[in-house]
Write a new protein. Structure first.
Length: 282
């Protein structure tokens, strides 16, 4: 049994080194050396207990039982959270959504990362098939970048041919909770402005005054259809946050994650999911 702790510890350190070599310093990298240390510590505890038993010396087992129980509960909780994340990581196809939120992620040297490019490419593909959908590009500026994520995303989509009128920017957010919450607020404000403009144009038509643009037909207001584009590991939490803000039917639209980074990012997401559930964000 103790050899499994050594194997897990060595694998954690090797994985952390692989991330550093291929992607440099990234958020949450401290987790793997810490996890390795915990496993090496568990190995030491097992060896100590076995050594004391061989010498037939008395030992207070309560601290060891507590340590092993805590370790087991933490690993089990992490496994359950990862299962929940990946079992809710599939895309639901839905055409002609009113709005699609594109969640930003960290830039690399003030440029689009591979992960963010995948999200934007999916948004561009959807925009070509659904030309009336409005996209909310969400993401603020980190301490290491000159531009906001939303601004960099905007230029990428404009260059790809997405009309400017179909793009809204939300560049104040930092966390996933803020990105979803602020984006939904941006959508509400934009929708209210459009509804107000429609009423003005409708009333002007009734009064016989001309109003530039197409004729507007005022009907029963329907619920907004909203989608969320983000990486597969982030999709479940983003949807849960949207539910908390009053949008339980947000359409999930997942993008693939770099194979090397998947375990790292999914583990970070599991910790964030646990934290958000604990403090009541979702």
């Amino acid at each position: 049994m103790e050899l499994s702790f050594i194997a897990i510890g060595i694998a954690s350190l090797a994985y952390d080194a692989a991330i550093f070599v291929n992607h440099g310093l990234t958020a949450f990298m401290w987790f793997w050396p810490l996890f390795a240390f915990i496993n090496f510590l568990m190995f030491g505890l097992v060896r100590y207990v076995k050594h004391r038993n061989r010498e037939k010396k008395e030992i207070n087992l309560r601290p060891f039982i507590f340590a092993f129980t805590t370790y087991g509960l933490c690993v089990s909780t992490l496994a359950v959270l990862l299962l929940v994340i990946f079992s809710n990581a599939s895309t639901v196809a839905q055409k002609n959504l009113d709005y699609v939120i594109v969640l930003g992620t960290d830039l690399v040297d003030n440029k689009i990362s591979k992960s963010l490019k995948r999200r934007l490419d999916k948004a561009i593909e959807y925009a070509r098939e659904n030309p009336n959908t409005v996209f909310v590009l969400s993401g603020g500026r980190s301490d290491y970048d000159r531009s906001t994520e939303a601004t960099v995303m905007y230029h990428y989509m404009i260059k790809a041919g997405v009309p400017e009128k179909n793009l809204l920017l939300e560049f104040y957010s930092d966390s996933t909770q803020e990105k979803v919450g602020f984006s939904l607020r941006t959508i509400k404000q934009d929708h209210e402005q459009k509804m107000l403009a429609n009423r003005v144009r409708h009333n002007s038509a009734i009064d016989g005054r001309k109003w530039p643009g197409d004729d507007i037909i005022i009907g029963v207001e329907r619920p907004l259809s909203i989608g969320i584009i983000t990486s597969e590991f982030n999709l479940f939490r983003a949807g849960e946050i949207a539910k908390r803000y009053g949008f339980p039917d947000a359409c999930p639209m997942a993008t693939k994650t770099d194979e090397l980074m998947l375990v790292h990012l999914a583990t970070r997401e599991a910790v964030a999911l646990f934290k958000d559930r604990l403090i009541g964000n979702i």
